[in-house]
Design a protein. Structure first.
Lengths: 848, 442
């Protein structure tokens, strides 16, 4: 839904008549008249103004005292003066006061040259200081966290970092301690400020008080250039500006504020993960396995080996595409597979097939919400995903909706979510019971408390109720909440919070479509979408959080075994990832790992170990020696990092965004699109070549609903394809409706769920700054189950099923419901994927 | 003139006044009954407004008018009694709470009726442990009698009352700092607007009144607005409890009629300075009021006259300073207090108070020149009116007034201190001055 149209009012500033949006603060309104009012503490992204720094004092006719322009809303006919002697003397005074205790060590300060305090001192200060007394001293710099250094002498106490911690990240760690001129910023308990978003305070700091440990003393503003691109380390796809030195090193990542994507925030993975681009252990030359070990070789030799291997396997080749691949890379790879090798076995998902009809339904523009819709939504449902780990920036966006607009939030997850405290209703269910919990919500929305279903008349009225919601039939009569392992009260409360509150945005995790009942789960999700009327109103819809950063784009350009470019059904369909694992060595002879590491990310690790071992030939595009690559690749082609790529990606909400090359490729690294084109040329015998822009064109021409999108249109802010004429090219199909039949009962015993972790990722391993965050495997379980099993918090335990076990440290969490146990997915060792296989499973937990 | 009959302090020395039995025997809670059972809330408000009662906490804003700002409608509305009596020299509320707690409780109920508040708090200064205990006891008694709680005396009005002690910060006496502290946050002043009347405690409409202000409410309801106005001046109606302290022979609380000659309070009631000394200056309204001189003792002690004289009546605390006190010591002591109590939130107060202290220390150590007085005066000007709340002004106004009125003494002190340190040129005699030059001169 578009925000309500702004009304403009006319006011006078410095003698000129200016129109500005009604209700805007004078600081912002003044900009409409090209008047700049200096500020330090004012930052609208942080919520209500605090008026602490007093830098923005202005004179308003009719008000005797000077007023803070950051907190005074413009009114019709207001007369504002910012240039009078009175205002100037106040501005001079505030600058002088701010510098009283500021060390003025600009020559050795990281902020020097890009410092608001310098700029404002120059622009609005008197240019002299009368303060000759000793300044205050603090020990400095000290670690606020391993990522952020704090220099308390430079701090001007503007409140920004504290407000970020309190009102944006809501980690409530940073506070002001002590008072008067002894006031300083610190954590309330004196422990390091560690959180997924801590780095934002560095960018918010208007002086050099908060600096990034990774960037400290690495460059001065005149040494560096900014290069805008997209962070592809997670599906949030935040807009970033990479700070580049000497054209070849990324030194920093800053937010490139895009309200439609990220609101100007970055998570710490996005902010510090750039270090992977220059990690020493990066693969920068091609390698070939020789006598069991990977050895560097020339490109010619490597390509020769690659072509020979693929040519020999031909249609018996399969490919896994990792989430960091761009649309162009995915498009070329599926073209190589389908059109050159004749193999449909290409998959970018980890958990099995996505039904073609459902894929089209999920892509429908009327069912898809934009990120910014969260700012106007009447209610939000988060189901089957932990945003802070899977798409952190959306976690902040949901928090914002709740904090600023008191939007009712429903959190439906099997694992306790960090959004629980913000939720109007929390719906906890058994791991793997996504289908049942969605069915329970539908049943509740259609039929109320379920009593109706018990009589014939009640059944008839249920049918009527379902019809009114546009459904052919109500969900089957069953105790849905019991099947979900959820409490009926929770289901009722959740449905109640969603009902009748205006446009609803549903954020759901791709994971729930995985596994053997994934199709039914998506069926239930679509039924819920219908019951909530998501397809009827403006501003409502769904956002799917894919497991790969560019999951949506890869799906749409054809990296699914049953769907080609533009979600066109492929007959006969190829094998899905789990099927590929099983078929390697049998019907499949070779495997391409395109920035994919199945041993780390894919369920059923044992099957992948077996499959990779039996594969005759494995070609890997990789930037690091991952476990899959190190143990099984025959040929390794060095992959570009996201800072070196040129292309596009598609945000979970359908926004195509441009990835721009920021630095030169290190060593022998070549553009992967170029390498793919060369493989296509070699294997097909027909010469193919294309410049990046032509490739994008080729890709958008092939995907009907991307057709006509140009790089210029996508530009720096991206463009949702749903908002273009091309959207009409998505095949129009009726919203599929599955009969909601009761799923099987969840297995008895302790059910295994996975905990996604932001930090269980290669970036944590290879970015030196982030290494301290690498998680050790832990098993979260309820105190009740732990007590029964004689397990204490911190105990070494084993989680086992069918003779396979994972070692973990026991973490007792009160919010975990009895009957569930959660392991982290994607850890370097003792990975949860050793135990998962796409089915709802019960596990045994014992002391190690 | 002295008050012919005491009002607030009428029964103050009655044994057992703090108990509900004695209080009621002396006519207590009659006004509350009248307000609850015989009057419409609008009439109560009207009576308070008509009495001309001005806030006794420092700002002197009309109590009735403030109550009338509370929006109508059904919602939680709050009344906070500001009992964080922290202004140096002020101890009148302590007396009222300690000796006559039920008068305050009765006033709170009446104030709540006028403002339609249903939840009330007494935010009491942390050091007032004894008074908090007495209040707690009195509140319990009032609950027992049904004077607090649901449907008081069978009327439509319900009111809960909680006594909440502060933790010792001066800034929590500032009304919005008080609200943050009461909410469990760091006690920092809030930006206004929104004003507490609209968005105060827990974002709800909130009326905040000083102890003495609320204690006047029962008297006004019982005797009427006209009776209240029968003493005092046109714009400063009623009586006032004045805390007189400093260099006087009989310090203490005195209830006076507003408009009484200041000299009669200082000399007549409080006995004036000790034998052989003269009044050098006096703070008419707590330590944050600009100082007045001996000549000003002829003025009438009321809100408007004090304002005209360039100072303020403030909390009604008269601090008398006699001629044995060096003005630099007085200024330094005062500045140190405000520097210590500055919350640190806004720039001019945080930096201005500590700078002022450092300058005064330099003057005292003999490391200053008369030119520093100009800088110091200018710093005070730069603080005044530019802060988030009035704490900065509370230092800058008296310090500014001292520099203005006692400049020759400051200059003499500078010279004398310099000589005391050997008459060496500034910055040459080691210690602090070297340090200042070596590492910090800008």
């Amino acid at each position: 839904m578009a925000p309500p149209a702004e009304r403009f009012v006319t006011f006078e500033i410095d003698g000129r008549e200016v129109s500005a949006p009604e209700g805007s603060m004078l600081v912002d309104a003044a900009k409409y008249g090209d008047v700049e009012i200096p500020v330090f503490c004012y930052e609208p992204k942080l919520g209500q103004p605090v008026g602490a720094c007093r830098m923005c004092l202005v004179e308003i006719e009719g008000i005797p005292k000077l007023q803070t322009a950051c907190s005074t809303a413009v009114k019709d006919g207001m007369v504002v003066v910012t240039t009078s002697d009175r205002v100037k003397s106040a501005q001079n005074a505030i600058v002088e006061f701010l510098l009283v205790n500021h060390p003025l060590d600009c020559p050795v300060c990281d902020k020097g040259g890009e410092c608001p305090l310098q700029d404002i001192s120059f622009g609005w200060g008197a240019g002299r200081s009368r303060f000759i007394e000793p300044k205050r001293h603090f020990k400095k710099p000290i670690e606020l966290s391993p990522l952020v250094a704090i220099d308390r002498e430079r701090c001007i106490l503007c409140y920004r970092c504290v407000r970020f911690s309190q009102e944006i990240a809501e980690d409530y760690q940073l506070v002001f301690l002590d008072r008067a001129d002894h006031t300083y910023v610190g954590t309330h308990d004196g422990r390091p400020y560690v959180g997924p978003f801590s780095g934002n305070i560095v960018e918010l700091c208007p002086v050099g008080a908060l600096t990034s440990t990774a960037y400290r003393f690495r460059a001065r503003p005149w040494d560096i250039e900014g290069s805008g691109t997209i962070c592809t380390l997670c599906p949030s796809q935040c807009n970033v500006e990479l700070t580049v030195r000497d054209d070849n090193t990324v030194l920093r990542a800053l937010a490139r504020d895009n309200v439609d994507v990220d609101d100007g925030w970055l998570c710490d993975k996005g902010r510090f993960g750039y270090e992977v681009t220059s990690a020493r252990e990066r693969i920068t030359e091609p390698m070939v396995r020789d006598a069991g070990a990977l050895r560097p070789v020339s490109w010619e030799l490597a390509m020769e080996e690659a072509v020979r291997g693929l040519d020999r396997a031909g249609e018996r080749t399969a490919a896994l595409v990792g989430g960091q691949a761009t649309n162009e890379e995915g498009f070329l790879l599926q073209f190589l597979m389908r059109s050159v090798l004749g193999s449909p076995h290409v998959d970018s998902r980890r958990g099995g097939a996505l039904d073609p009809e459902q894929a089209l339904a999920l892509a429908r523009p009327d069912l898809s919400a934009a990120v910014a819709d969260l700012d106007t939504a009447g209610a939000v449902l988060v189901v089957g995903t932990e945003l802070v780990d899977e798409a952190p920036i959306l976690d902040l966006r949901v928090r914002k909706a709740v904090r600023r607009r008191h939007v009712p939030l429903v959190v439906a997850t099997s694992r306790p979510s960090s959004l629980d405290p913000n939720a109007a209703a929390v719906l906890r269910y058994a791991p793997g019971a996504d289908e049942a919990v969605l069915g329970a919500l539908v049943a509740q929305l259609v039929g109320g408390d379920g009593e109706r279903a018990k009589t014939r008349a009640g059944r008839a009225s249920l049918h009527e109720a379902a019809e009114q919601l546009g459904m052919r039939r109500p969900p089957a009569d069953a105790d849905w909440s019991k099947l979900a392992g959820a409490s009926a009260d929770d289901v009722r409360e959740a449905a109640g919070a969603l009902r009748g509150s205006g446009p609803i945005v549903v954020i759901w995790g791709e994971r729930l479509s995985h596994g053997e009942r994934g199709r039914q789960a998506v069926g239930a999700l679509l039924a819920l979408a219908r019951a909530l009327g998501l397809n009827t109103g403006d501003g409502s819809g769904m956002i799917e959080i894919p497991t790969g950063a560019n999951g949506r784009g890869l799906r749409e350009v054809g990296c699914l075994p049953n769907l080609g470019p533009g979600l066109a059904a492929v007959e006969p369909p190829g094998l899905t990832a789990p099927e590929i694992a099983g078929a390697l060595g049998d019907s499949l002879a070779s495997l391409i790992l395109f920035q994919a590491d199945p041993l780390r990310t894919h369920p059923d690790r044992a099957a992948w170990e077996r499959g990779l071992d039996r594969a005759g030939f494995v070609l890997a595009f990789s930037d690091f020696i991952t476990e899959s690559v190190g143990r099984f690749a025959d040929v390794v082609l060095p992959a570009e990092s996201y800072a070196e790529k040129e292309g596009t990606v598609t945000h979970p909400d359908g926004r195509l965004q441009r990835v721009r090359q920021a630095i030169g490729r290190p060593g022998e690294v070549r553009a992967q699109t170029e390498v793919l084109l060369e493989l296509i040329t070699e294997l097909s015998g027909a010469p193919f070549s294309a410049q990046p822009a032509q490739l994008t064109r080729l890709m958008t021409d092939t995907v009907p609903f991307y057709r006509g999108l140009t790089l210029d249109e996508i530009g720096g802010r991206g463009l949702r394809w749903q908002d273009t004429d091309a959207a009409g090219q998505l095949p129009q199909t009726p919203l599929p409706e599955m009969e909601l039949e009761p799923p099987p009962e969840p297995p008895e015993g302790l059910r295994l769920g996975v905990a996604p972790s932001l930090w269980a990722a290669p970036e944590t391993d290879h970015a030196a700054s982030l290494r301290f965050l690498a998680p050790r495997q832990q098993a979260e379980l309820s105190a009740e189950d732990a007590g029964r099993l004689g397990i204490g918090s911190g105990d070494e335990i084993e989680v086992a099923v069918n003779g396979t076990s994972v070692r973990a440290r026991a973490a007792l969490r009160t919010a975990v419901p009895p009957g569930s146990v959660f392991l982290i997915e994607g850890t370097n060792d003792e990975n949860a994927t050793a135990l998962t296989n796409g089915a709802s499973r019960a596990v045994e937990v014992r002391k190690a | 003139m002295a008050l012919s009959e005491l009002r607030l302090l009428k029964n103050i020395n009655e044994p057992g006044l703090a108990t509900i039995e004695v209080y009621e025997k002396l006519g207590g809670y009659r006004a509350m009954r009248k307000a609850l059972l015989e009057m419409e809330p609008e009439e109560v408000l009207h009576e308070l407004e008509g009495s001309g009662l001005r806030g006794r906490g420092g700002a002197g804003f009309s109590m009735g008018k403030k109550a009338s700002f509370i929006p109508k409608g059904r919602m939680d509305k709050y009344l906070c009694c500001n009992a964080d009596e922290s202004e140096p020299g002020t101890f009148k509320d302590r007396l009222l709470m300690q000796k006559n707690p039920h008068l305050l409780i009765e006033g709170i109920v009446i104030g709540a009726v006028a403002a339609d508040a249903n939840k009330a708090f007494i935010y009491i200064r942390g050091e007032y442990e004894l008074q908090a205990e007495i209040l707690e006891r009195a509140v319990a008694e009032a609950y027992d009698r049904g004077y607090l709680g649901d449907r008081i005396l069978g009327s439509e009005h319900s009111l809960s009352l909680v006594v909440h002690p502060g933790a010792g910060a001066y800034i929590c006496g500032e009304e919005t700092g008080l609200l943050d502290s009461l909410e469990g946050k760091r006690g920092n002043p809030r930006l206004k607007p929104p004003f507490p009347a609209n968005q105060g405690l827990y974002q709800g409409p909130t009326l905040i009144n000083n102890v003495e202000t609320l204690c006047n409410a029962p008297l006004i309801i019982e005797h009427g607005a006209d009776w209240f106005k029968s003493v005092g001046t046109e714009k400063s109606a009623g009586s006032k409890v004045v805390s007189v302290s400093g260099d006087v022979r009989r310090p203490g609380n005195y209830e006076i009629e507003l408009g009484m000659r200041a000299g009669d309070i200082v000399y007549g009631l409080a006995g004036g300075p000790p034998e052989g000394r003269r009044v050098k200056c006096w703070f008419p309204g707590g330590s944050s009021a600009p100082v007045l001189t001996e000549a000003d003792l002829d003025l009438g002690y009321d809100f408007e006259t004090m304002a005209e004289a360039g100072s303020m009546l403030g909390s009604g605390a008269i601090i008398v300073v006699d001629d044995s006190m060096p003005i630099v010591s007085l200024a330094l002591r005062l500045a140190e207090f405000y520097r210590h109590e500055s919350c640190g939130k806004c720039t001019p107060c945080r930096e201005g108070t500590n700078w002022t202290v450092k300058m005064l220390e330099r003057i005292d150590y003999g490391e200053a020149t008369p030119a520093d007085l100009d800088v110091m005066a200018d710093v005070q000007t730069n603080i005044i009116g530019n802060c988030l709340c009035v704490l900065g002004d509370s230092m800058a106004m008296p310090i500014g007034s001292m520099i203005e009125k006692f400049r020759p003494e400051f200059e003499a002190h500078i010279e004398e201190a310099r000589l005391r340190h050997g008459g060496l040129p500034l910055r040459a005699h080691g210690g602090r001055a070297d340090e200042a030059v070596g590492s910090h001169a800008a």
